[in-house]
Design a binder for this molecule. Structure first.
Ligand SMILES: [Zn+2]
Length: 292
């Protein structure tokens, strides 16, 4: 038995917390510190859309160590230990425990930071807030995109979280979230055409579609809808969902990331559509904080 899955508190918006160090793993690219509970949000190893939180770990007597990023780690009952994309098994695989790792800059952690030590954990709150805005804006933009191209389907592609034709689900191939922004890529190849999507009309009306998305995003920002993360349990392996009560209905999307508490945290969300490669739609979403 290698231990328990890490208890995580980021879903409720926490950026600080306390815990006990469980293990420290020296690695050439930066040692990994595992704590029993953490407010740090780790980058997901299978769908790495939102970067892991940076921040600081402090001892009770004031020593501090910078955390470069939080990552997913998996510890095998046989002593195996894997980080991020090197994890060789699927989530929930027998004989493995899933934990949050705090990667530090040096290959070895300092002496004061060993198993059993009580620490406090401090996420960089500004970075987290900007990533949360970026992630919520990303989901809203994809819902607005689905809506803006809903008339271009000749067959039913299935429904998105608002009941509109699911362009996102059919075409999205990658999503990268950064502070107050995201970049999504959509494959507009033969298979999408075969699924019934009219790519020619889409390409011919790109500017119009972009305006439709931006108008929808302005309306959603103005609605100041509440936004939250639902969890099935307290640890990093428990499933999580983003829930946002939009005027058109409640959108619920499986999601491991962090989010704003209300769309009133935005002054604006806008997208730019780029189809310079006719096979690949690139949607860049930019958010502006109301506090900026
Ligand atoms: Zn998400």
């Amino acid at each position: 038995m290698t231990g328990q899955s890490t208890v995580v508190t980021f879903a409720s918006g926490s950026v600080t917390g306390t815990g006990t160090v469980r293990s420290v793993h020296p690695l050439p690219e930066g040692a990994i510190v595992v704590v029993d509970a953490t407010p740090f949000h780790p980058v997901d190893h299978t769908w790495p859309d939102q970067p892991g939180d940076p921040g600081v770990i402090r001892s009770e007597d004031g020593a501090a160590l910078e955390v470069v990023e939080a990552v997913m780690v998996a510890a095998g009952d046989d002593g195996a230990f894997a980080v991020g994309s090197d994890i060789p098994v699927k989530r929930g695989a027998e004989g493995w425990t899933w934990q949050v790792g705090h990667r530090v800059a040096a290959g070895e952690a300092p002496e004061w930071l060993g198993p059993g030590v009580d620490v406090s954990l401090w996420v960089d709150a500004d970075v987290r807030a900007a990533l949360s805005r970026g992630h919520t804006a990303c989901h809203l933009a994809s819902l607005a995109l689905d809506l803006a191209v809903a008339d271009l389907w000749r067959k039913d592609p299935g429904s998105d979280a608002l009941g509109n034709p699911d362009f996102e689900g059919r075409a999205n191939q990658s999503s990268r979230i950064a502070g107050d922004s995201s970049i999504d890529e959509y494959r507009l190849g033969k298979s999408l055409r075969r699924a019934g999507f009219d790519t020619e009309t889409f390409a011919a009306t790109l500017a119009e579609r972009e305006s439709l998305i931006n108008a929808q995003l302005s309306a959603w920002v103005a609605s100041a809808a509440p936004s939250e993360i639902e969890v099935d349990g307290p640890t990093i392996v428990d499933r999580r969902r983003w829930r946002c009560a939009l005027p058109e209905g409640e959108a619920v999307i499986p999601c491991g990331g962090t989010h704003v508490r209300s769309l009133s945290e935005f002054a604006q969300i806008r997208v730019a559509l780029d189809l310079s490669d006719p096979q690949l739609l690139v949607m860049t979403t930019t958010a502006v904080s109301r506090l900026a």
